[in-house]
Ligand binder design. Structure first.
Ligand code: SF4
Length: 433
């Protein structure tokens, strides 16, 4: 999934004409983006905490899956005509990609293969809701080249799933994981949420144990956030429940860190944990996108754990292309987003409507990269910091102060969050923006 951006619109042809990599003449000199994101917007129900663009397709016009798939294929063909498209990672997210019918998946996979898009791919992830995973679909995905699945478990407690209005039977997570493995996909992630109203340290411990029992290679574990305009936030405002007390939320995060470390997971980002490669003697896929010159030296290289390489492209400010309604892109310092509107996406014939086009000035790129790098446990390389923050930059004083109070430290040639700093990561990072 990709985080939503606020939308501002510029006339579409004007936007497109400003993006160098989308010009017909650009293809011969272009390098491929490191990553491709494909957005499938359909869900069978809207979870109350969710602020991603997804729709429950109950349109009176009927099912739009087929027309959507055709439109997506048109966009993929358009982009493959404009730029070299041989990414190292593909991530198909949503929405609920596994809601797409197998016949339409067959069409989409055939288009990707026909365009040669998976030729260099080392990691190809599809997001899945446990209720919609079937052996047929997993077999189809594995045969098409998908080698990683991300399953939304969130919790194994029925009453907590009810609070989130998340519609799946916890028992189906284990069934879905078995179907993923039976299809030959050994690399899979489980998403968990903590700080859900009504959750206790005991039920969180039970959730982590249930997740570990399924032997995922990766766990994403986020504290519940109340995003604007979600049903969860409205219910909070109506007083239907109270947010988790801060000290309980901290104790929960501490439990997550300790239990996953003890189970052999490497925390490589504030909320993301990869199984160490020594586990069963397996070796995770390795890849590198150093050639961009903007990724600070091989974060994606041969890693000791099953990190999500696709997300590392985002977190190291690599280049990625997004297709599908609401997908965001970032190529060579240009950032834009397809408009989050399925109807407008379907109505468009060639270029989809684009919003939020920006060319990031160097200063902002540095600030954003610093923010992203500090969320990674490895931190921001000292050499990069010294090269990009001038000696008079006021952030050096802030860094000194945050070190003095024990939130940041130097280690292994990087500036990184301390364990104490991890618990207030957002606040520490805000100080440096
Ligand atoms: S399944 Fe995922 S994308 Fe769909 S509503 Fe729930 S959280 Fe959002």
């Amino acid at each position: 999934m990709q985080r939503p951006l606020p939308q501002t619109t510029l006339a579409n042809p004007e936007s497109i004409s400003r993006i160098p990599c989308l010009q017909p003449s650009a293809k011969t000199e272009s390098r491929s983006p490191h990553a491709l994101y494909i957005h499938i917007p359909f869900c069978f129900h809207k979870c109350h905490y969710c602020d991603f663009y997804s729709i429950v397709d109950d349109s009176p016009a009927g099912d739009r899956q087929e027309v959507f798939t055709d439109r997506l294929i048109t966009e993929l063909r358009l982009r493959a005509g404009q730029m070299s498209l041989r990414p190292l990672t593909i991530f198909i997210g949503g929405g609920t990609p596994t809601l797409l019918r197998p016949a339409l998946w067959t069409r989409l996979l055939a288009c990707l293969a026909d365009l040669g898009i998976p030729d260099n791919v080392r990691e190809w992830t599809v997001e899945a809701n446990p209720e919609t995973v079937t052996p047929e679909l997993m077999g189809l995905l594995a045969a098409g080249g998908v080698n990683r699945v991300s399953l939304g478990a969130q919790s194994f407690q029925p009453e907590l799933l009810k609070t989130l209005e998340r519609w799946h039977d916890p028992a189906n997570v284990a069934r879905a994981a078995a179907m993923v493995r039976d299809a030959g996909i050994r690399n899979y992630n489980l998403d968990l949420i903590f700080a859900i109203p009504g959750q206790t340290l005991e039920t969180l411990k039970a959730d982590i144990d249930a997740a570990l029992a399924l032997e995922p290679t990766h766990i994403s574990c986020y504290g519940l956030t109340y995003e604007p305009n979600t049903a969860m936030t409205k219910r909070l405002e109506l007083g239907q429940f109270k947010p988790m007390p801060e000290e309980t939320e901290r104790a929960m995060y501490e439990l997550v860190l300790d239990k996953l470390a003890a189970a052999g997971f490497e925390q490589y980002e504030v909320s993301n944990f990869g199984r160490r490669a020594a586990w069963r003697g397996e070796t995770p896929a390795t890849l590198t996108h150093d050639e961009s010159g903007d990724t600070l030296g091989g974060e994606l290289g041969a890693g000791p754990a099953y990190r999500c390489r696709h997300n590392l492209v985002y977190w190291t400010n690599g280049n990625w292309l997004g297709v599908g309604p609401s997908a965001a892109s970032h190529v060579d310092g240009y950032r834009w987003k397809n408009q989050a509107h399925l109807g407008k996406y379907l109505d468009s014939k060639a270029e989809p409507p684009i919003v939020d086009l920006e060319h990031l000035p160097a200063e902002r790129r540095t600030g954003e990269l610093l923010m992203l790098r500090l969320r990674l446990r490895r931190g921001a390389p000292e050499a990069w910091l010294r090269a990009n923050l001038g000696s008079e930059d006021p952030r050096w004083k802030t860094i000194d102060y945050l070190r003095e109070i024990g939130m940041l430290e130097w280690g292994e040639g990087h500036l990184r969050l301390t364990r104490k700093g991890l618990f207030v990561a957002d606040a520490v990072i805000r100080e440096l923006l």
